[in-house]
Design a protein around this ligand. Structure first.
Ligand code: ARG
Length: 464
């Protein structure tokens, strides 16, 4: 008989096929969970000691042994072994090597099934906190740029055609609202992540008198989970994080698209500092917005991970199945991708240099105050539909004369509706148009300035 796996080889008479060993191992990617794995094991050992399931001396030895293993890993003095399959068995075997046979008691009353479920939840919880902090940083940058541009006029678009003038600050605050919801979603997801599966053991619980409340408290979980079968098989929380991540990427991709358009010579609304761009090896004039393009591109990969995870879980019977090992690579990659994209955005957004004159000129070009003229006519007593008609004719005339509505003379405007007075020019200017949208959520500079203060307050009272 050749040697079998030392961790579970008791009932085996044949060693694992070398290829199968490689194929089933997860250590190459799940070693990333070592910190959470050790954290979970320390809490488990402490609880076992407190409950008298192992002696308190044994618990102490195990805990200090785990600390030594942690130190070895963090100082690169640890060698990971594929033969030991995964992070859990690598750590446990290193513990036994350090403290001897007592290390073998650590696995009392638990299984790798509840262990891995706990590790991932601890990991995801840490990552949600880090991602949330990044989002806050990004929002702070957006809002502070918005507050400098509450008066900066640009065209607002529908169908990518000039629609009405807005302020650049208002546009940035729209982005901020998207990120606000994203942050809220992450916090909501965190509530369901922060439940402790440990103690569910393989699937049915354990025969030892464990104290799950205590372990949950030691690990900072809100509470222990309520059903052992569900606990070892549930990966909803990972899917939920992927869904949150997909929405964030969708938002970053939309913003990227706008940045890409705005830096083009056709729009020429903003400059992105050179550090976010690259050149072309053949066209010397080029400065390409690589960072937003790459973020836009990476959204596809995150959506893909959401689908991998949904598909991974569909049709799995209760409880744990080895399929679940496939949850980690998509999860890790989407978290890394999101971190990278948020980091890029957090430093890029405050560095946007708006070209104020170009933005204003573009708003001026597209008859963007036509609705203001219609609203003015309504105030003179004309029903909106009729006003729409009058303005349509005025715009057609303006196009023919190559003049903006505000450049037509009073007499020219009166051809279309005789009661128009000189005060019409107050509403036909870009400044008059934005200023008039003076209500909660509107683009008036005074509203944008107020909204910036409110947003800053919201951000400063945020937990993270
Ligand atoms: N590496 C495994 C995973 O990621 C750990 C749990 C293994 N459990 C088992 N019964 N084989 O899911």
């Amino acid at each position: 008989m050749s040697s079998t796996n030392s961790q579970w080889g008791g009932r085996f008479t044949q060693a694992t096929d070398e290829f199968v060993q490689e194929f089933t191992a997860s250590v190459n990617f799940d070693q990333r969970l070592y910190r959470q794995d050790i954290q979970g094991s320390k809490a488990h050992a402490q609880m076992l000691g407190e409950e008298g399931i192992i002696s308190s001396e044994e618990a102490k030895l195990i805990i200090s042994g785990l600390d030594q293993v942690l130190a070895d890993i963090e100082t690169n003095q640890f060698s990971w072994s594929v033969a030991l399959e995964d992070v859990h068995m690598n750590v446990e075997s290193a513990l036994v090597a350090k403290i001897g046979a007592v290390g073998k008691k650590l696995h009392t009353g638990r299984s790798r099934n509840d262990q891995v479920a706990t590790d991932i939840r601890l990991y995801v919880r840490d990552e949600i906190d880090a991602l949330s902090r990044k989002i806050t940083e990004l929002q702070q940058g957006m809002v502070s740029l918005a507050s400098q541009h509450s008066n900066t006029i640009m065209p607002g678009f529908t169908h990518l055609q000039t629609a009405q003038p807005i302020t650049f600050g208002h546009h940035l605050l729209a982005w901020n609202e998207m990120m606000e919801r994203d942050h809220e979603r992450l916090q909501d997801c965190r509530k369901r992540v922060n439940i402790m599966p440990l103690g569910s053991a393989a699937l049915a619980g354990t025969t030892f008198a464990i104290n799950r409340q205590r372990t949950a408290e030691l690990l900072g979980f809100a509470s222990p989970s309520l059903n052992s079968l569900d606990s070892v098989s549930d990966r909803d929380f990972a899917i939920e994080l992927s869904a949150c991540a997909s929405l964030i990427m969708m938002h970053l991709s939309r913003m990227s698209e706008e940045l890409i358009l705005w830096t083009s010579s056709q729009f020429d609304f903003i400059d992105l500092p050179d550090r976010f761009c690259t050149g072309s090896s053949i066209m010397p004039q080029k400065k390409n917005p690589d960072v937003p393009e790459l973020v836009r591109g990476k959204s596809g990969r995150v959506y893909g991970h959401l689908f991998s995870l949904l598909t991974l879980m569909k049709s799995q019977p209760l409880a744990y199945n080895k399929d679940n090992q496939e949850d980690k690579e998509p999860l890790f990659d989407l978290i890394d991708t999101l971190h990278g994209c948020l980091t890029a955005f957090a430093s890029m957004i405050p560095a946007i240099e708006p070209k104020i004159d170009n933005m204003r000129a573009a708003a001026f070009k597209g008859y963007s105050t036509a609705t203001d003229l219609a609203d003015y006519l309504v105030r003179l007593g004309l029903p909106f539909r009729d006003a729409h008609e009058v303005v349509g004719k005025s715009v057609a005339y303006g196009i023919e004369q190559q003049k903006d509505l505000s450049e037509l003379s009073l007499a020219e405007l009166q051809q279309f509706y005789p009661e128009i007075g000189a005060e019409v020019f107050d509403v036909l200017t870009l400044e008059g148009s934005v200023k008039a949208r003076d209500h909660l959520g509107g683009t008036a500079p005074s509203q944008v300035a107020k909204a910036c203060i409110a947003a800053q307050q919201r951000l400063s009272t945020r937990g993270q």
